[in-house]
Design a protein around this ligand. Structure first.
Ligand SMILES: Cc1cc2nc3c(=O)[nH]c(=O)nc-3n(C[C@H](O)[C@H](O)[C@H](O)COP(=O)(O)OP(=O)(O)OC[C@H]3O[C@@H](n4cnc5c(N)ncnc54)[C@H](O)[C@@H]3O)c2cc1C
Length: 300
């Protein structure tokens, strides 16, 4: 290793990167340092982004908000704007690792790692998040669905950093749901997760649905087919049973050390059944409290 650079401003960062274009970026280091520790990566220069204030914090821009790419998960959870307007993202963040990991790990790091098990990703997909990418003399915005290309692969170009995330302030969703089925207790990596946003009319029929599953494909999986199926239907259990059958077909999980593909397929459908619980009705945006999901994603 030739050095670790800790720039404190964008100007210093671009200077370091022009001198060391091969420099490997990191923020909290909770993913990168593990990969280095395992010998999967041997960088000669590391460039830390976490001391650059412009890359941290949440800004209200009227009809949308900007989340700095190096904001830690814990700092985002302290923001009323996130908890009140984007509870689904707050739920995803809460499910990450342990308090220690949430204090160190950042939103940008979770996105660039591009793991199908990344807990902020399903919420960011259903929120139609846009990624702000910055280079020394460039700036572009890319929808998250286009930014993430595969496991560990993104559209981040040489010389660019992830500057932040844009979220639109949409009309409130009546149902905002995130659930992660993992191995029990702290530090569980998701075996399957589901983020769901629903708009429901006064007569109880679904007007719009956005769904995204984690850990059941090479990237986050959405299913326009299931979303279309739900429109015009009631929130009753029969709807979710049928939707669950469609969802189990839509996902493309693999076997790994944490779960088999068939188990993941079953849980992907079962998680939808959680949305038939009456607790969701009339509780716009409130996280579901007080009951547990079993290993197959069924509510108890
Ligand atoms: C014990 C443990 C438990 C964990 N549990 C979970 C969990 O439950 N859920 C979950 O989703 N994740 C989990 N993680 C993974 C990790 O903590 C998160 O993905 C975290 O958000 C990564 O953020 P970071 O800032 O530490 O990333 P880093 O390790 O700093 O960086 C990760 C990658 O992103 C790149 N990068 C970081 N920031 C930027 C940027 N602004 N611009 C461009 N590239 C950038 C780096 O080059 C690197 O390739 C866990 C990790 C550990 C060690």
């Amino acid at each position: 290793m030739n050095g670790v650079y800790l720039p404190e401003s964008p100007a210093q960062l671009w200077e370091v990167l022009s001198l060391h274009p091969q420099g490997v970026l990191y923020a909290g280091g909770t993913d990168l340092l593990v990969r280095i520790g395992k010998g999967l990566l041997r960088p000669t220069v590391l460039v830390c982004l976490e001391r650059i204030p412009e890359l941290r914090g949440v800004e209200d821009h009227g009809d949308r908000i900007f989340l700095g790419g190096c904001s830690t998960h814990s700092s985002l959870l302290k923001e009323n704007l996130i908890r009140d307007r984007f509870p689904i993202l707050a739920e995803g963040i809460r499910s990450i690792g342990s308090p220690h990991i949430r204090n160190m790990g950042t939103l940008g790091g979770n996105i660039v790692t591009a793991s199908p098990a990344g807990d902020t990703l399903p919420p960011l997909y259903v929120l139609d998040a846009e990624i702000q990418l910055l280079g020394r003399a460039s700036s572009r915005i890319v929808p998250i669905r286009d930014f993430i290309l595969g496991p560990g692969r993104t559209d981040l170009r040489e010389g660019e950093i992830l500057g932040g995330v844009w979220l639109k302030k949409e009309r409130p969703w009546q149902v905002s749901f995130f659930e992660k089925v993992g191995r029990r207790k702290a530090l569980s990596i998701s075996v399957v997760s589901l983020a769901a946003l629903l708009r429901v009319s006064d007569d109880g029929s679904i007007q719009e649905a956005r769904l995204a599953w984690g850990s059941v494909g090479p990237t986050i999986v959405s299913s326009p087919e299931v979303e279309r199926f739900l429109v015009g239907r009631s929130l009753g259990e029969a709807t979710w049973r049928e939707a669950g059958i469609l969802a189990a077909k839509a996902v493309s999980p693999i076997d790994d050390v944490r779960a088999t593909a068939s188990y993941r397929r079953r849980v992907s459908g079962n998680l939808l059944l959680r949305l038939s619980d009456p607790k969701w009705k009339g509780a716009p945006g409130e996280p579901l409290k007080g009951f547990e999901t079993d290993r197959e994603g069924r509510c108890g």
